[in-house]
Unconditional design. Sequence first.
Length: 168
Amino acid sequence: ITGFKKLSVVNVDAIINDSISHTVMSFYSDNVQVKIIGRNIDARYPDYNRAIPTSHLTEVTVIKNELGKRIDKAMLYANPNTMQGVFSINGNVKLTSKDIDFKKEYTCEMPHVFKVGEDVEIGFNMSFLKKILGHVEGETVSMKMSYPSKPAIIEEGNTLMLIMPVLI
């Protein structure tokens, strides 16, 4: 491997205990002990490809920093239990959050938006969306959506991120 600096050499002893319900891996080196416990699941592996939408009716591209700023502000007005934010995409993109208990509401329009496709209104947990934005390295974010009940896709390079919608 090139490009890595060799810091030190460590001798590690590994012990693997495999049972019906758990697999335990223990690594020992001088004064350090690391134990990794995994639970064995005897069930059908879920088909995650079924959750990924294959058709996209709407694609919205926004500037990541602008979206992040508006999400931060909208989170202040959102219900702290749901953190729900609603994107109304019809010609322009509007973000709305509200907390009915305290009668507060926030609405803003997203500037510099490029939209392709049909109009849609879809809600997301804004704290999850904010975490996804933290993993996007580019200056813009493209969200592909199909229906308000289907997850939105955010792609960057070889990375595919899904965000599940919340009911409006």
